[in-house]
Design a protein around this ligand. Sequence first.
Ligand SMILES: [Zn+2]
Length: 321
Amino acid sequence: MKSQITTLLVLFLLATSCTNESKNKATSSDSEYSEKYSGPIIDMHIHGYTQNGGMFGLTHPTTLRGETYQGAKNIEEHQKQTISKFHEHNVVKAIVTDGHEWYQDNPDIVLIADADEPLDTLRKKHELGKLQAIAEMAPFYAGILADDPSQMKYFELAQELGIPVGFHIFPGGPNYGIHTLPEILGGMRTYNANPLQLEKALAKYPNLKLYIMHGGWPYIEDLKALMYAHPNVYVDIAVTNWILPQEEFNKYLKSLIDAGFGNRIMYGTDQMVWPQVISIGIETVNNADFLTRDQKEDIFFDNAAEFLELSEAEITKLKNP
Ligand SMILES: [Zn+2]
């Protein structure tokens, strides 16, 4: 009888300790998933401008999240608000298209990108240390595909210079822009928004460091196929993180991570003229409840640091200011 009681007692203690252990596990993993990332951020997709006009002052058409954003009035306001958002969110590096002016005041943060120039001009800028990426390539708005001969030369130059090249496809450009902003976005067409248009460039220039700007949503299966075939294809998740509903963003991001591409996803905003979306984009990634703290760090910093070939010394400095 005594031995039976002892056995029961041992079993009871074992069961209690197992329950406590699993409770502890659940608690620690829950906090791992809910922990917000507050470390340094690399934003792979930001715009400066050299002239007023365009979308300045415009209200963004209601997004698929049901939000609108009031555009900065002019170049000065746009720069001031964007840099202020960088400081607020610990953005330590940013690829800035047309970022020459911004570089003067923020040389530690700004990496200059350009694509809307003749090849010789880009080559010269690179020689002078004023071009770190060819981006944002956006023949999209003129109905021209990535494999058009006029575009292939830019990929060739990017490979030759050994610098990243960023190519615009969906969901860049405000939703319904063809209809709501026809003077500026009337050339948007769904038929030239698919990531597969990049494959000829990837086959012809196998050493390209290519990133798809705005991540290629909603062509998720084609995107996975392209990333499966070509290890040098990365994505920035700009626009997806402030134009799509959170659940749709989660599905898109989880699909890429589940497929094994978690180390090729980079944070980006593409604030265009709406700097407030920088806060929303960062919040959306932090709210993706399936991401661990480490996966958030990959997206916000580590993947881009590797893609941009930052030195170990620089990474250490940025992570430990
Ligand atoms: Zn852009």
